[in-house]
Design a protein. Structure first.
Length: 217
């Protein structure tokens, strides 16, 4: 059965986005630095339609996640930001004409919208009836692969609180943001626990994998 798996980069002080996000800096001040470790990797570059890149332990971790993913869930802000109805000519999001997912992507939103088919096998499906409905649809689409919970933090917190997240892989980046969006705000430690199952180190980042344990400890 498909697992729901969070995969996200986090600063050493616990932030997954920096302060003061803008259209020009959707990850907030300094937030882009959370992902610099991945931009030069062969596996990341291939998923974005580029050739070349480094083949190392970090690249292997990224490729492992790509190979295991059959569908993706994300919040509206991660898709393209904004609030309220989509409008007559809705924006197609941050991801360009050929998004890097290559699988169905289920976007949590309060406002209905027709599915958006993009190049490379990515289709964005907009789900208005909550996190459980999105997960049910994503698992059906994923088949025998996993569902990737791509973010952001608020969506991750909702799935954690509901006891629906099976696994979390946190890429711990040696930077300090000093403010922004924390991954684990509003999570009740009496109802959610984690067990460390794997640690992979590299000079650029430490990959931490946890099994999520629901219920009071």
């Amino acid at each position: 059965m498909a697992k729901l798996r969070l995969d996200i980069s986090m600063s050493l002080d616990g932030f997954v986005a920096g302060p003061n996000p803008t259209v020009e800096e959707p990850l907030g001040a300094g937030g882009e630095g959370l992902h610099e470790w991945v931009f030069g990797l062969a596996s990341w570059r291939e998923s974005h339609g580029h050739s070349g890149g480094a083949v190392n332990v970090d690249s292997e971790v990224v490729q492992e996640s790509i190979d295991a993913t059959g569908a993706v869930i994300m919040g509206r802000n991660m898709f393209g930001g904004g609030e309220g109805p989509w409008g007559e000519e809705p924006w197609q999001g941050w991801w360009g004409d050929d998004p890097p997912f290559h699988v169905p992507v289920f976007v949590l939103t309060h406002h209905a919208r027709e599915p958006l088919e993009m190049q490379g096998g990515t289709t964005f499906i907009f789900v208005t009836d909550g996190i459980e409905a999105a997960l049910e649809q994503a698992k059906a689409a994923a088949g025998d692969k996993d569902v990737l919970l791509a973010g952001g933090a608020n969506v991750a917190q909702q799935y954690l609180a509901a006891g629906l997240l099976d696994e979390a892989q946190i890429h711990l980046v040696p930077v300090l943001l000093g403010g922004g969006v924390r991954l684990l705000d509003h999570v009740d430690p009496g109802k959610v626990g984690v067990e460390l199952t794997r640690v992979i180190e590299s000079p650029a980042v430490t990959h931490l994998r946890y099994r999520v344990v629901s219920g009071a400890r």
